[in-house]
Write a protein that binds this ligand. Sequence first.
Ligand code: SAM
Length: 425
Amino acid sequence: MNESNKEESVQKSAGKIYLVGFGPGSREHMTQRALDAISESDVVIGYSTYIQLVKDLLEGKQIVRKGMTEEIDRCIEAYEQAKQGKTVALVSSGDIGIYGMAGPTYEVLLQSGWTPQSDISVEVVPGTTALSACATLVGAPLTHDFCSISLSDLLTPWPTIARRLESAAKADFVLALYNPKSGRRTGQIVEAQKIILRYRDAKTPVAIVKSAYRRKQRIEHTTLDKMSECDIGMLSTVLIGNSTTFVQDGLMITPRGYANKYQNITGDLHEGEKAGHSLNMGLLSWHECILEYAKKHPEMSFPELATYFITTEAQIYSAWQMSAEPINNKSVMQAADTNGVELAIEHIMKTNNFTLIVYNHGVELRVNVQKSDIMVNKGVIRIKNEQMTMNIERHTIEQIWLVEDQSKQFVFTDFEGRTLFSVLT
Ligand SMILES: C[S@@+](CC[C@H](N)C(=O)[O-])C[C@H]1O[C@@H](n2cnc3c(N)ncnc32)[C@H](O)[C@@H]1O
């Protein structure tokens, strides 16, 4: 065989792997590309339930059914078959790249020495994922920012899942919970509910959709406080609203935000708003909004303003320092950015006496400190006297703000803009 014949034979024997997401389960919600990919394939590999869902498309094809725990076997099988020159479809419900087989298949291929330049080509065929399929059945709950979190701790440690739930709940994302519950995993949804309830109203709308676009489809509307008592299983997706989501006439809707700009959505613009331009509370002018509001509410403290605007104290200080004039008899200056923090600390620590104020979740501690009480050693600022010992890891200080009213206060904030402590001179 000469070289060009050899090349031709390698080309002919090069297989192809389609990673096919076939949507929620009904034929009408499958893409044309998914249908074509299956039709072109010699071999179709999948979890037995998935094979069952597309069985009418598989006539004349070699079918490889695998169990739920045999995910990696499915990837290996796909590669082995493709190495024999076959076209293989590895099928999965929804979108195969979302909690699906696309990631593990690429991992197995790359570990076996495959590269995208290899003879075996790989194509990922997108599909409608459960969260969008389920959303369509209950209204429009995902019209604003949302977050999908899987409650399966089979491969992800629970603390990771809990941290993600906490962050998403805190940031007011609409939540889509995949893998919420199974025969063995019954406690995760209860824990998730507890975490989310710390940040969200008990009456927040929740929709539970089981087997969307399949024969046993079931939809239940409930509220966050009742969520875990509902009928939830392996084939359910749980959609939890954000602080603006409402239910009307059986439809769960998360507003897109038009009401922020227009009266009654279709009416006139609110005063000060312009069509096609960022909101008044947009990136360029939200600091001005804070100042306007603060002027109307002189009784409010910096922490109270931060709570009202759902932001950090550092953002309130940063808005304040834009004003050339004091507001409510208070002025703010950034005493140091990250680069200047060292110099500012040195300067403050030279003060003979000051009051150290430490805040922690509503608890305030005030202690008088002398210059001689302070030591700086290996990145730690230690304040030690008869009343207390406090160690401050220098790297936690991101910015320092000079806040002046009748007194002069240096406020130390961390990288998230939260106040660590203040120094009153
Ligand atoms: C391993 S994940 C697979 C997700 C899939 N790749 C997708 O994009 O939808 C399995 C989870 O998806 C959700 N799910 C999949 N199909 C569903 C359907 N037809 N109706 C409701 N939820 C579904 C459930 O939360 C289920 O526990």
